[in-house]
Design a protein. Structure first.
Length: 498
């Protein structure tokens, strides 16, 4: 087993650059391939080695398939990337439909991205307060000979909350940088938050104990040994190793609509409105999981005495709340991470296991429909943009404000990770025994094929029938997006030299 060369991995895979509260994403198109390659071969990219001491600025680079073509990367190298990356986020009508990019969110309406306006390169700039303007102007002039800046995705530091007002960035998969998880396809009986390195970095074994397909080239294509060698094929040059895929989607949020609609459903009662909002997300605005029955008085009195550690916001599963009485089955965090193991829960005995494996346990059948979570994790790196308004101010807004999330996530397999979560868990009108409802925060409410409605939201109750909200409007619209490859740093230099 070879060691992990953090100096070849872009920092975003290890760090969220949280101290870098200023950020912008520059979307570039190649105008002079030779000059563009020159800049890419020299530009200083922040690696994953350390974030201490915090550098004043950081820079990350990612490329689309169109970008590789425009730079003149040979087609056999490009052809080794995954099908969805090669086709692009909006490159296929079926994919567009599955991702929920229809109606208001259709690619034809996007501000950037889509077939005609696909960016070639994304330059992600992060800076400590006061350092962004200088960094951005320096980079824009340095790359001007090779590139046109076609779009600038600006960001707003909202102090750890997303535009609807909820604490964000709380739950993340923990990556097995030490490679402690055995390389084997073995059944996991319990949910674990630790993910195999290969789920997020190409060139290492994934949760199946396999190497995710990636471009691996004959060593003759890399005579200067710019590229690392492939762990599973030591005589080949691994263009994928230490890289990953970056998904960027600009998600416009209707903050005014969100709070005004919830307020009217709550009959104008503040406590009811907050409760409803927390049911949609699965967490309170301050980030507490509503699936957990917390001994709040004990926690409060312990922390009043000083020193009691705050409870881990991620130390829970939904096992003790199978019917969704505390946290609705369809809540955003329960859809995007059902925290399931490979089998539905049950006893440890052989018979119980057989019954569960064969799907004969009627209680488990509905829950069985949510796939094992460990194959569908994403590492979120999004940034907020636009005008921040409090929920209270949103109730009084006469007109919408322009705000939202530049959703970004990293994953080694876009189809099995981002696309699966987005289509099967967020957008599908059928999820885990629910029907006619998609994600209450993100769902596109355009009826599906055959006029299938997806604008309900079920609130199961322990002491009565399930309450169902109806006619939930759409709160999030897609305004742009693309799939990128975030290469290892040696792979970036190889692509620039090709
Ligand atoms: C405007 C769009 C979105 C908003 C406002 C939003 C909001 C939130 C909030 C408030 C949380 C809980 C806090 C946290 O754990 O960070 C969360 C968690 C999460 N979201 Fe989203 N989200 C959005 C889009 C998405 C998209 C597009 C995906 C994936 C395709 C996604 C996947 C997740 C995941 C995986 C979690 C963590 C669940 C867990 O492990 O508990 N979100 N989101």
């Amino acid at each position: 087993m070879s060691e992990v060369n953090l100096d070849d991995i872009q920092g975003l895979l290890r760090f969220g650059f949280k101290h870098h509260t200023e950020a912008v994403i520059l979307l570039l198109r190649v105008k002079d391939p030779a000059a563009a390659r020159r800049w890419l071969s020299e530009v200083e990219v922040t690696s994953a080695v350390t974030i201490q001491p915090v550098p004043p600025t950081a820079l990350q680079i990612a490329l689309t398939r169109a970008g590789m073509d425009a730079l003149g990367v040979s087609s056999d190298a490009v052809g080794g990337f995954s099908e969805e990356f090669l086709e692009g986020m909006a490159g296929d009508a079926n994919r567009t439909r599955r991702l929920g990019d229809v109606g208001e969110s259709a690619p034809e309406r996007w501000d950037w991205g889509g077939r005609e306006r696909e960016p070639h390169v994304a330059v992600l700039l992060y800076a400590m307060p006061g350092h962004l303007t200088g960094l951005q102007s320096g980079i824009e002039s340095a790359c001007a000979a090779g590139f046109d800046v076609v779009y600038r995705l600006s960001t707003t530091d909202m102090g750890g909350v997303e535009p609807f007002g909820f604490a964000d960035g709380l739950s993340q998969p923990q990556i097995d940088w030490e490679r402690a998880i055995p390389v084997a396809d073995q059944e996991e009986r319990a949910y674990r938050n630790l993910s195999c390195l290969g789920e997020f970095v190409l060139g290492y074994p994934n949760e199946y104990g396999l190497y995710t397909p990636r471009p691996v080239l004959d060593a003759s294509r890399d005579p200067q040994e710019l590229l690392p060698r492939a762990e599973d094929s030591p005589n080949s040059a691994d263009l994928g190793r230490n890289g990953t895929y970056l998904v960027i989607r600009q998600l416009r949020q209707d903050v005014r609509g969100f709070w005004q609609v919830l307020n009217s459903r709550a009959g104008g009662v503040d406590v009811e409105r907050e409760w409803l909002a927390s049911q949609l997300v699965g967490r309170t605005r301050s980030g507490e999981s509503i699936a957990v029955e917390r001994p709040t008085t004990a926690v409060a009195s312990a922390s009043a005495k000083g020193g009691a550690p705050a409870p881990d916001p991620n130390d829970f599963t939904f096992e003790s709340d199978p019917s969704g009485h505390r946290c609705p089955i369809g809540a955003h965090i329960r859809r995007t991470n059902p925290r399931t193991a490979d089998l539905p829960t049950g006893g440890a005995g052989l018979l119980s296991r057989l019954i569960r494996t064969l799907g004969l346990n009627p209680d488990a059948r509905a829950r069985d429909l949510a796939a094992s979570t460990r194959f569908h994790r994403v590492l979120r790196r999004g940034r907020e943009y636009g005008v921040q308004v409090t929920p209270e101010a949103a109730l009084r807004l006469p007109a919408p404000v322009d705000t939202g999330l530049h959703f970004m996530c990293l994953n080694a397999n876009i189809q099995r990770q981002f696309e699966f979560v987005q289509s099967a868990w967020i957008m599908s009108a059928h999820f885990n025994g629910l029907h006619n409802e998609s994600d209450p925060l993100l769902g596109n409410r355009t009826p599906g094929s055959g006029g299938l409605r997806c604008d309900y939201f079920s609130l199961p109750a322990a002491d009565g029938p399930t309450r169902r909200l109806e006619n939930l409007p759409q709160f999030v619209t897609v305004a742009g997006g693309a799939y990128f490859f975030l290469p290892g740093i040696r792979a970036l230099r190889w692509l620039a030299a090709e």
